[in-house]
Design a binder for this molecule. Structure first.
Ligand code: IPM
Ligand code: MG
Length: 355
């Protein structure tokens, strides 16, 4: 198969981690007889420097016209003082909205090789951590009106029934393919938008009788994630709650550098990115962990290109790499072999097997 991939290297460690993911994709192409064409897209701080705009229409168009987008990370202190509408993050939000990718899938899964890295007590970790946060990505307070008037600032949190319904369906469908447990997270004791959210979820539940739906308030969910993460299978929630809970969920796996994500909308053209940031403090030092990006590339193969075997092969190669005791600095522990970003990519490629 031939696929055209838009590649956003971005800022900070973005270019380094993306390089390793592309090397892995190239090896997959070789082993399985595919062709991956890459088109570079400028987004984030580097685009502000080049065009005075974190994502121009022309760059966005390249993404929309691709078969999928692979993104490293954007942002950094250098652009902290630019006005809100021009921040590097604005490029990312424009990209998500422009691609219409309303459904963000963020797995929180502990790698058995890294169980000790979790900050949670062993007894909690041993019960298992393996759930997915399905986050609504192009609505809510991120995309409501933002304004500052004098010394008052406003951000509008707004959801329509249809926006809730389409993400709700993804939640139910995702749960249906797993343990059939869906937890809908909101703040319905305070927010109108959350009461609507809850109503829509319960209406949808009638169409998915095989999935067990539960409701949880977001503050309680934040607590339950550290108290008893084993209770979760699929969590579905709105944009900002999902942003916050997915950081928390990644932390309990002990290795934010390992976690990939996918964002999809109505078509198979998806956006794939690690959930960590651009880490400007370690940029250019060849010490970043490229695995979150490599696993994001695997998700792209699985969800957008229907290349199940190829995605499995990448995940297996990562697992074998960990089994052999290699670790980048972020997940280093006693007795393991410390490797850099490039070396990590190369070792994973060595472990990649064809059919
Ligand atoms: C994330 C990030 C983004 C978000 C930022 C960079 C805009 O935190 O992908 O979780 O808030 O969605
Ligand atoms: Mg976030």
């Amino acid at each position: 198969m031939t696929k055209n991939i838009a590649v956003i290297r971005g800022d900070g460690i973005g270019p380094e981690i993306v390089n390793e993911a592309l090397k892995v994709l190239d090896r997959v192409a070789e082993l399985y007889g595919h062709t991956f064409n890459y088109t570079d897209v400028d987004m984030g701080g580097c685009a502000i420097d080049k065009y005075g705009d974190p994502l121009t229409e022309a760059e966005l168009k390249k993404c929309v016209e691709s078969d999928s987008v692979l993104l490293g990370a954007v942002g950094g202190d250098k652009w902290n003082d630019v006005p809100g509408y021009m921040r590097p993050e604005k490029g990312l939000l424009r990209l998500r909205a422009g691609m219409g990718v309303y459904s963000n899938n963020r797995p929180a899964k502990i790698w058995k090789q890294l169980a000790d890295a979790s900050p949670l007590k062993k007894a909690i970790v041993e019960k298992g951590i393996d759930f997915i946060i399905v986050r609504e990505l192009i609505g809510g307070i991120y995309f409501g009106e933002h304004k500052t008037e004098g010394n008052t600032a406003t951000d509008v949190l707004k959801y329509s029934e249809s926006e809730i319904e389409r993400i709700g369906r993804i939640g139910f469908e995702t749960a249906r393919k797993r343990k059939k447990k869906l937890c809908s997270v909101e703040k319905s004791n305070v927010l109108d938008s959350s009461r609507l959210w809850k109503r829509v979820m319960h209406r949808l539940a009638e169409e998915y009788p095989d999935v067990e739906l539960s409701d949880m308030l977001v503050d309680n969910c934040a607590m339950q994630i550290v108290k008893n993460p084993a209770q979760f299978d699929v969590v579905v929630t709105e944009n900002m709650f999902g942003d916050i809970l997915s950081d928390e969920a990644s932390m309990i796996t002990g290795s934010i550098g390992m976690i990939p994500s996918s964002s999809l909308g109505a078509t198979s053209c998806g956006l794939y990115e690690p959930i960590h940031g651009s880490a400007p403090d370690i940029a250019g030092k060849d010490i970043a962990n490229p695995i979150g990006t490599i696993l994001s590339a695997a998700m792209m193969l699985r969800f957008s290109f229907d290349m199940e075997k190829e995605a499995d092969a990448i995940e297996k190669a990562v697992s074998d790499y960990l089994d052999k005791g290699y670790r980048t600095a972020d997940i280093m522990s006693e007795g393991m072999t410390l490797v850099g970003c490039k070396q990590c990519g190369e070792l994973i490629i060595e472990n990649l097997k064809g059919e």
